[in-house]
Write a protein that binds this ligand. Structure first.
Ligand SMILES: [Zn+2]
Length: 68
């Protein structure tokens, strides 16, 4: 599982959501054409985005316990 992020439609900046999903879950959300409501820290406002505009960060999988 990793954090779902998206590009802000107003500023184009990347925003991390509170949603955790893996690539397969995100693909299912995209096939259902889900709309996600997210709070944007850049605009200080909420955005409605399509799941097809969101992405997951698979490489951010650092486990501090396993790394010891
Ligand atoms: Zn925004």
């Amino acid at each position: 599982m990793s954090v779902v992020s998206y590009g802000c439609p107003r500023t184009g900046d990347e925003v991390e959501t509170a949603i955790q999903a893996d690539r397969l879950t995100l693909q299912r959300m995209q096939s259902m054409q889900l709309t996600i409501w997210v709070w944007c820290p850049h605009c200080m406002a909420g955005h409605q985005i399509n799941a097809s505009d969101a992405k997951v960060q698979e490489d951010a999988q650092l486990d501090p316990i396993a790394a010891r």
